[in-house]
Design a protein around this ligand. Structure first.
Ligand code: GRG
Length: 317
């Protein structure tokens, strides 16, 4: 079957629904209610409140796309990366909780519900975020199958620290703060916006694609391709987010739109305008598709990575 026919025949909606369901069941099992009850309630409120689960599904798709380590032959790649996927979603949820706090973005709405601090108060929201961050490492390190190579697990744990810490999400949030209010002042250019997007949003998305492959024993060449694809998906995802902030509604997005312009944020649109952003997305989609083709990463029966790249760009929420 030709690549374009395979793509057309692939039931992406079913694929993503199935993987989301497995992730939700795993999250529920790794994070049952416990003492202190309020803390666990606050953690569960954010991590079990839906969301697109894009990062987790990217990690599953990359695990499925690589030729697994010989010692893992016959194992279900998705099962093997479930603890990793839960860790990723815990980190993502904690970053949303902290991002919404009054001292940062001060948002009232997330995933169509009141933000964590609106329900549990600022102190508990802060601690729920801290709890989720540490629990992510605990789940990754204690729940990953012993069949996975210890070196691979160590590499993944280290890279997770890098993706979340000062060289990743935390650093990106700081850059974002430093340039908020500066759009249009002449100090915000492509290099600035790229650096913000790469670390604040891109680092965890790149990590998701890379780590699914690394845990399953992908080759150095495959890891390089996954890493580059992660950069493309990460930037494209955030540029799409910038556009949705203008075109979307609170109802469709589940969060407050229009905040970027109101606070003069450094976004792709603030530098290149809406048309420039859409042009960049087209270029990135083409580059990503070509990369997947050249690297032979997509599974012969289900072109998942291509579909996930396109979903990141064409999504409506
Ligand atoms: C990670 C230690 C640590 C601290 C967090 C606050 C902060 C530091 C970083 C900000 C990260 C952030 C909120 C980036 C924005 C990324 C983004 C566009 C999030 C929305 O992601 P979606 O659309 O959300 O995938 P859903 O709800 O679908 O999961």
């Amino acid at each position: 079957m030709l690549q374009k026919d395979r793509q057309a025949a692939f039931d992406f909606a079913r694929y993503i629904d199935e993987r989301r369901a497995r992730l939700e069941a795993s999250l529920e099992s790794f994070l049952p209610p416990a003492e202190p009850l309020k803390l666990y309630e606050a953690m569960r409120y954010s991590v079990l409140s839906g969301g697109k689960r894009l990062r987790a599904v990217l990690a599953m798709a990359s695990a499925e796309a690589v030729q697994a380590d010989e010692s893992l032959e016959g194992e279900d790649p998705v099962e093997l990366v479930l603890p990793l996927c839960c860790a990723i979603e815990m980190v993502h949820a904690m970053s949303l909780i902290h991002d919404d706090l009054p001292c940062l973005d001060n948002d009232d709405l997330r995933r169509g519900k009141p933000t964590n601090h609106k329900v549990f108060g600022e102190a508990m929201a802060l601690l729920a975020g801290d709890g989720l961050l540490m629990m992510a490492s605990e789940v990754l390190l204690s729940r990953t199958s012993k069949k996975v190579s210890p070196q691979a697990l160590l590499d993944v744990a280290l890279e997770l620290c890098r993706a979340t810490g000062p060289s990743g999400m935390v650093g990106g949030q700081v850059l974002d703060m430093e340039f908020t209010g500066a759009a249009g002042s002449g100090t915000v250019d492509e290099a600035v916006v790229s650096a913000i997007h790469k670390s604040k949003t891109g680092a965890l998305i790149r990590f998701s694609l890379w780590s699914g492959g690394r845990l399953l024993g992908a080759s150095a060449k495959q890891l390089e391709s996954l890493s580059r694809l992660g950069e493309i998906v990460g930037l494209a995802f955030q540029i799409t987010d910038d556009l949705l902030d203008i075109t979307g509604s609170a109802e469709s997005l589940g969060k407050t739109p229009g905040k970027d312009q109101a606070s003069n944020k450094a976004t792709w649109i603030s530098v290149f305008g809406e048309d420039g952003a859409r042009k960049k997305l087209k270029e990135m989609e083409a580059e990503g598709i070509q990369l997947i083709k050249d690297s032979s990463l997509d599974n012969p029966v289900s072109p998942t990575l291509t579909s996930l790249l396109q979903y990141s760009i064409n999504r409506e929420k």
